[in-house]
Design a protein around this ligand. Structure first.
Ligand code: UTP
Length: 223
């Protein structure tokens, strides 16, 4: 199976813990050993947010803030690559990443362009690579009707069509401070390409290994 994994920075590097990064790399290595082709896109997490918040006080542009965020995603991508046993590839582009996957290497991408997040990068890579699965490893265990961290009555969707995913995350992406588990552009790319996607809690990297290798997951399935 060809799989693109979007690893949220908040699950890979909520703080700088080499054991957590090593455990993530081991889960991805096991997926490769089991015969899967894996591409990874890594987010920026809390460190990116700290940089962005600090720079926002400095009267810079939103695009410049995005560039800072992108820089941190690349740091996290480099950290994960350092921990992988499987041959990896540092690529800034989709085509080189698809080629690396086809050659049995794990491309580890970060952000590519201002105005989006790494969720959208992962969705575009999944479409370009004709991936069988796009796995969003986030800090929530699926897609809810409203933000579950803000509303105890939030209900999780076990299954959504791509069109329903767009409808659910669109209002979340508009309200400031609310965090959609998958950003709107990513949802639209999933819809356009008809991708199969899973949203799971990636805090424990075993969740990622199990979803890819055993086909078992607890989260939201988009198909
Ligand atoms: P993330 O993808 O980590 O954002 O990119 P996020 O989803 O808010 O955070 P986590 O990791 O899931 O918790 C961090 C920041 O980098 C910029 C954006 O500013 C984003 O908020 N970025 C990232 C881009 O501008 N373009 C990209 O392609 C990727």
């Amino acid at each position: 199976m060809r799989v693109v994994v979007s690893v949220g920075g908040s699950v890979l590097a909520p703080d700088l813990d080499p054991d957590r990064v090593a455990a993530y790399a081991a889960a991805l290595d096991e997926a490769v050993e089991a015969g899967h082709e894996i591409g990874v896109v890594v987010g920026g997490g809390p460190v990116a947010r700290e940089y962005i918040e600090a720079a926002r006080e400095l009267d810079t542009t939103e695009v410049e803030l995005d560039r800072l965020g992108i820089g941190v995603t690349h740091l996290n991508a480099r950290l994960l690559r350092a921990a992988l046993d499987a041959p990896s590839a540092r690529t800034d582009g989709y085509e080189a990443s698809v080629e690396a996957m086809a050659a049995g290497r794990i491309p580890v991408m970060g952000g590519v362009a201002p105005g989006q997040t790494t969720d959208a990068v992962a969705a575009a890579l999944a479409e370009d690579a004709r991936a069988d699965l796009l796995l969003f490893a986030t800090s929530v265990d699926g897609v809810y009707d409203v933000d579950p961290t803000a509303d105890g009555e939030a209900v999780r969707f076990d299954e959504l069509t791509p069109g329903e995913l767009v409808d659910v995350v669109a209002p979340m992406s508009r309200s400031a401070g609310a965090s959609a588990p998958v950003d709107l552009l990513a949802a639209k790319l999933v819809e356009r390409a008809g991708l199969r996607a899973l949203v799971v809690d990636g805090t424990d990297p075993e969740t990622v290994r199990r979803a890819i290798v055993d086909g078992e997951f607890d989260g939201t399935e988009v198909r």
